[in-house]
Design a protein around this ligand. Structure first.
Ligand SMILES: NC(=O)c1ccc[n+]([C@@H]2O[C@H](COP(=O)([O-])OP(=O)(O)OC[C@H]3O[C@@H](n4cnc5c(N)ncnc54)[C@H](OP(=O)(O)O)[C@@H]3O)[C@@H](O)[C@H]2O)c1
Length: 320
């Protein structure tokens, strides 16, 4: 099968378009013909092995899994002897270990039926980013109808879902983004859009802030919180080669001990229950994946470089 393979950590030029043996499903696995995948910040982390913290899970000197890609939509090709939930021909979407390939294996618990009204590319753009937005709003943010919610990084992959889902929860939503993404964030349904090159969001007051960009000190962002408000830290890439943006995982719970605000971090892993919920919401028209570009499999290196530049409005999908 054709796949994007990496033998070492590095920039996008370590990714090679090659022919490799297709995987065989174990008794408790599903083999999926991948029709589409998606690129996000996580792909860059796994490709570069940065921050170094990542390598504890992915291999210290070289990647243990040579094929990247987590999010996928496709068609079940075969199932292992113990799998009863899926059958060949089923259209599915979800998470697998090596999605930048024509075939991938995964566990039944990580996939579910694909939303019928979406293309494979749209479905593949959901799992990681939409689950993260959902976990940040619902589980960590405990968002309530009528609350004022600020989404920092509203124009990116996670942000594009956060704006739409926060509206669905009945919040009054303000998106913060660069000038180039103002119209895009407006089109997602935000009640107000602030341009961070001109507007000072700390002049306003919000019940819940999702910091997806993560490039401002938490104490600065908290200036915009109401007296009992909640800050949920989702992302950030400013922490150097060892920690990357992950230092908030330790800072958020510590800060919460010393302030009246609730400060929480999210570590989101897509699960079947949330994938099913997102599928139902997509089919009910409650949100639509926003896709900036679609690249063929052979252009994954270009797609990763584009994602890393931070210019994408919403998600970048891969057609396999
Ligand atoms: N915690 C978790 O489980 C989890 C899961 C998924 C992703 N993440 C993390 O979340 C972050 C975002 O991921 P993503 O996939 O959404 O990336 P993305 O698509 O690149 O979006 C990031 C957005 O932040 C915006 N941004 C950059 N500087 C900003 C600033 N100063 N103020 C406001 N917005 C700014 C960028 O656009 P503009 O500057 O042009 O507006 C961009 O749209 C990454 O750090 C990723 O690692 C965490």
């Amino acid at each position: 099968m054709k796949a994007i393979v990496q033998d070492t950590y590095g920039n996008a030029d370590v990714l090679q378009f090659r022919v490799v043996p297709a995987p065989t499903p174990k008794p408790d696995e599903v083999l999926v013909q991948v029709r589409a995948s998606a690129v996000d910040a996580g792909v860059w982390h796994l490709m570069t092995g940065l921050p170094y913290l990542v390598r504890l899970a992915t291999g210290l000197r070289r990647p243990r899994k040579p094929i990247l890609g987590m999010d996928m939509a496709g068609t079940v090709e075969a199932v292992g002897a113990n799998v009863t939930e899926f059958a060949p021909g089923d259209d599915v979407f979800g998470i697998c270990g090596s999605a930048f390939a024509e075939y991938a294996t995964t566990k039944p618990a990580k996939i579910t039926a694909k939303p019928k009204n979406l293309t494979y590319e749209q479905a593949a753009a959901i799992p990681t980013s939409a689950t993260t937005a959902l976990n940040a709003l619902r589980d960590k943010g405990e968002v309530q109808a009528g609350q004022r919610v600020l989404i920092i990084g509203a124009g990116g992959g996670v942000g594009s879902y956060a704006v739409q889902l926060a509206k669905m929860f009945g919040a009054d939503v303000t998106g913060l983004c660069s000038t180039a993404k103002v119209d895009f964030v407006q089109s997602l349904g935000a009640d107000e859009v602030l341009d961070y090159t001109k507007d000072d969001f700390t002049r306003d007051e919000f019940d819940l802030i999702l910091d997806i960009a993560g490039n401002r000190p938490m104490n600065y962002v908290r200036k915009a919180l109401s007296a009992r408000g909640t800050l949920v830290v989702v992302g950030g890439e400013d922490g150097g080669k060892i920690m990357g943006g992950t230092q908030w995982m330790f800072k958020a719970p510590l800060l919460s001990l010393f302030t009246k605000h609730r400060v929480r971090g999210v570590i989101s892993l897509a699960n079947k229950k949330d994938l099913e919920l997102l599928r139902d919401l997509a089919e009910a028209g409650k949100f639509t994946p926003a896709i900036d570009r679609v690249h063929p499999l052979s252009e994954v290196p270009e797609a990763v470089a584009y994602a890393q530049a931070g210019k994408a409005k919403g998600k970048i999908a891969i057609t396999v």
